[in-house]
Design a protein around this ligand. Structure first.
Ligand code: SF4
Length: 296
């Protein structure tokens, strides 16, 4: 029996019903609820309210079927979690001009249909071959929660699962995800709503991402990422760093300074180059002065 009542953003799990249930069992019990959520999709804070089961599209353009544009072992993530099998689902609810995987991330029709059995066997092979974790990312995987839950239900309960997200999900999405992922990696991209709106076409960004950060910090192991953008040290990185130092001083922070002017960066004059060595050094210096725990 599903452990959720569907019909509003206030989907609340019956935690008693889930007590002592293995992770795969919890995920399986939520699949029907996650599919029902697509009838009136509010999985992310755009709150489109469209019926994706009937083929209506919201701002992300995703229908009910998830596709995969990459499933490969990677070693470029956080050391403790790598090698990781990174499973990237197509489509995203944000429109970051500088997206490094722009075409696949923006287009939910990119890649091939998500085949749960095939992905689960790939994951089991990767784990047997030495992978330390399975990372589910996008695009933005929150768009595809029914498929995500099917996949988690098919993965070994003892595997370390990592959820990599833009932190733009709603409470409804978080409730469906609660207790399934060991580590949440959240990209905290912008330090203010104006930059978020101009560079990623999203409103009310700060409040939403902070709500997700606070929740993830309380409910899982959290890693926060920030990609320093050229010309955005003062308006984006400093406010992000200062909020993290004040609200979650012990969180691990992956500060990235290797900005590359990919995809539609050319639309914004300041994003047409890379981050200068001086700005990269200043970003790190500022983090250290605040006592942030930087990780590779
Ligand atoms: S996932 Fe977000 S952008 Fe996509 S339809 Fe649902 S609410 Fe809209």
């Amino acid at each position: 029996m599903p452990a959720f009542t569907i019909g509003s953003a206030d989907v609340v799990p019956n935690s008693l019903a889930e007590e002592n249930v293995a992770r795969s069992g919890k995920a399986a019990a939520r699949i029907r609820s996650a599919r029902a959520a697509l009838l009136d999709c509010r999985l992310c804070a755009h709150l489109c309210g469209v019926n994706r089961l009937a083929g209506r599209a919201g701002l992300c353009h995703a229908d009910q079927y998830a596709r995969v544009f990459q499933a490969q072992v990677e070693v470029s993530d956080e050391l403790r979690l790598t090698p990781t099998l990174a499973i990237a689902l197509s489509g995203c609810d944000l429109r970051c001009s500088f997206c490094i995987t722009g075409q696949e991330s923006w287009n939910p029709q990119a890649g091939r249909p998500a085949d749960i059995r095939e992905l689960a066997s790939t994951a089991k092979r990767a784990l047997a071959g030495g992978a330390r974790s399975i990372m589910i990312l996008g695009g933005e995987p929150t768009l595809h929660l029914p498929t995500v839950l099917e996949l988690v239900a098919a993965l070994p309960d003892e595997a370390t699962l990592v959820w990599k997200t833009n932190g733009h999900g709603t409470r409804q999405a978080r409730v469906l995800l609660a207790g399934l992922f060991d580590v949440w990696v959240i990209d905290y991209k912008f330090g203010n709503d104006q930059c978020a709106s101009r560079l990623a076409r999203v409103s009310n960004y700060t409040a939403v991402v902070r709500e997700n950060l606070v929740w993830a910090h309380a409910n899982a192991e959290l890693v926060v990422r920030h990609l320093v953008m050229p010309g955005h040290l003062d308006c984006c990185w400093r406010p992000v760093a200062e909020w993290l130092a004040e609200r979650m001083p012990n969180v691990r922070v992956n500060l990235r300074t290797g900005f590359w002017p990919a995809w539609q960066s050319h639309r914004h004059p300041e994003l047409r180059g890379t981050v200068t060595a001086a700005d990269a050094a200043e970003a790190v210096r500022h983090a250290r002065s605040l006592g942030l725990k930087l990780i590779d």
